[in-house]
Design a protein around this ligand. Structure first.
Ligand code: NDP
Length: 504
């Protein structure tokens, strides 16, 4: 295991230093405010466990304040009067400002989440900017239809019927810690393109880039109250937002368990709900794949990217019997060479898990796998005693009853199983309460498309994995969620259709 020791001196961020020093407050109604209680909580560097900032510990009162501000901004003031074209330009500017501040945002993200700064630089931050740029274009294209109707005319009356799509209203957005800025962009971009106003609650582990984004939104000229950023815990601030009767819709990304709580909270005023939840995605390598090395590398990246903290991680690897040993050896070899270290270290390829809680959770799964009879091909242990590092791990000798096979681990842990025939594989691959993504590696185009058709998942990657684009819809079948984010599909989640009938 290549490890950059965590006892090496911490690498200090340069661009982000000034932002980190300044006091952190909520953005509500265009003002930076402490929580109503005055309480704050600590934000940690997951590579050391050291405190790097304090943010407001907000509760129901702060959420109520933000919801009222968002309602005012939705109903009056400059926002509802902006032309679609001006709205689009504003959203485009947010994307530009993200790119202008790319290095600082990458450092903040790396320090707060633990991911390698090099990854934040080429993935998280530019993808967030691209999402705003893509959504900017939609602001001028939210169209309805004219609809020929057959209603019986009174006398010789005729009708003109048409639909318009209007913003849903005040949106509560609750996001996780695995891609903090990118998840904020996935949520804010379409909400703003369609003319809604927002209360965004970032995850307690990673609130910093959302607060920096709040500054950029003001710099871009987003009117007061249109986007409010409120930090706090899920059980308090998040729950208050999900239950608030002044909120018209909740968009949530996180665990399936909390997704179900959100649905219950939303019942009070039957607010709309969209959910992007967990996954346990199958990644299938057939023996006819033309470039097995590329498939092995793809399978390794599918699970180890972002330390396995991806809802769509390829965490169940299936390889055809004849190539199984080679695939397992290849992925294990890849895992052994990954350089673990603090996110800001230039050589780091994999950082720490995000928190002590995630370390305990992933360690618990590793223990349960071994106790239930799984074989650890590589990894399986915590690294060091400082920070939340865990070895990239490959488990074999598993069966569908084991917790490591059924449950989302959300860490760098893959379970590998051989298969004999494609007819047997598909039901096993689909044997999950989740249905977020799947991968297929084969040179047989017909087989690839048959598998794509049979796999019950929202995204199927063929001879690739983790390919995302602002134009591609993303979301899950089964308990992986409700609705699709990105692409034009997401606009459905943020608009209401109104039918207008005119007697001519
Ligand atoms: P959660 O689902 O708890 O967190 C996601 C977001 O929901 C956070 O902003 C959190 O707030 C908030 N939240 C938590 N409880 C409530 C509540 N009762 N009402 C409203 N909002 C709430 O995920 P965890 O961070 O606890 O991670 C646990 C597991 O969830 C992971 O191991 C992984 O399996 C899965 N997960 C899936 C993600 C995905 O992308 N699909 C992303 C993150 C986690 P806060 O963090 O501030 O408490």
């Amino acid at each position: 295991m290549a490890t950059i020791t965590t006892s090496e001196p911490a690498v200090s961020p340069t661009k982000a230093a000034q932002f980190l020093k300044a006091p952190k407050k909520n953005l509500i109604d265009g003002k930076w405010l402490e929580s109503a209680s005055g309480e704050r909580f600590s934000v940690y560097d997951p590579s050391t466990g050291a405190t790097i900032a304090h943010v407001p510990d907000s509760g129901a009162e702060d959420i109520d304040h933000a919801v009222k501000a968002a309602r005012r901004a939705f109903e009056s003031g400059p926002w509802p009067k902006l032309s679609p074209s001006d709205r689009g330009r504003l959203i485009w500017k947010i994307g530009d400002l993200i790119l202008e501040n790319l290095e600082e945002l990458a450092e903040i993200e790396s320090l707060d989440n633990g991911k390698p700064v090099a990854v934040a630089r080429v993935a998280d931050i530019p993808l967030a900017a691209d999402l705003f740029h893509y959504m900017a274009g939609w602001a001028t294209k939210i169209e309805g239809n004219t609809i020929p109707i057959s209603a019986l005319p009174a006398g010789d009356a005729k009708f003109l019927a048409y639909t318009v799509r209007e913003p849903v209203g005040v949106i509560g957005q609750i996001i996780p810690w695995n891609f903090p800025l990118l998840m904020a962009a996935w949520k804010l971009g379409p909400a703003l393109a369609t003319g809604n106003t927002v209360i965004l609650k970032p995850a307690e582990q990673t609130p910093l880039s959302a607060l920096r984004l709040g500054e950029l939104l003001l710099e871009a000229g987003v009117p007061v109250g249109v986007v409010n950023v409120v930090t706090g815990f899920g059980e308090t601030a998040g729950a208050a937002l999900a239950a608030h009767h002044g909120v018209d819709k909740i968009a949530f990304t996180g665990s399936t368990e909390v997704g179900k709580l959100i649905v219950q909270s939303a019942a009070g005023n039957l607010k709309k709900v969209s959910l992007e939840l967990g996954g346990k995605s199958p990644n299938v390598v057939f023996r006819d794949v033309s470039n097995l090395d590329a498939a092995i590398q793809g399978a390794a990246n599918a699970i180890f990217f972002n330390h396995g903290q991806c809802c769509c991680a390829g965490s169940r690897l299936f390889a055809e019997k004849e190539i199984y040993d080679e695939v397992v050896a290849g992925v294990s070899d890849f895992a052994k060479k990954i350089k673990l270290g603090p996110g800001l270290h230039p050589e780091t390829e994999m950082g720490p898990l995000v928190s002590q809680e995630q370390l305990d959770r992933v360690s618990g799964f590793l223990n349960s796998g071994v106790q239930e009879g799984a074989r650890t091909m590589t990894g399986g242990q915590r690294v060091g005693d400082r920070g939340y590092f865990v070895q990239p791990t490959v488990l074999t000798n598993t069966n569908p009853e084991m917790r490591v096979v059924r449950e989302e681990i959300f860490g760098p842990v893959v379970v590998a199983e051989p298969f004999d025939k494609v007819e047997e594989l598909i039901p096993i691959a689909n044997q999950s309460e989740y249905g977020l993504a799947a991968g297929v590696w084969t040179n047989d185009i017909a087989k690839a498309h048959r598998a794509a058709h049979q796999l019950r998942a929202g995204t199927i990657w063929i001879n690739c994995y983790n390919v995302f684009d602002a134009a591609l819809p993303f979301g899950g079948f089964k308990q992986s969620g409700w609705g699709r984010e990105m692409g034009h599909d997401v606009l459905e989640l943020y608009t209401e259709t109104k039918a207008v009938v005119v007697a001519l």
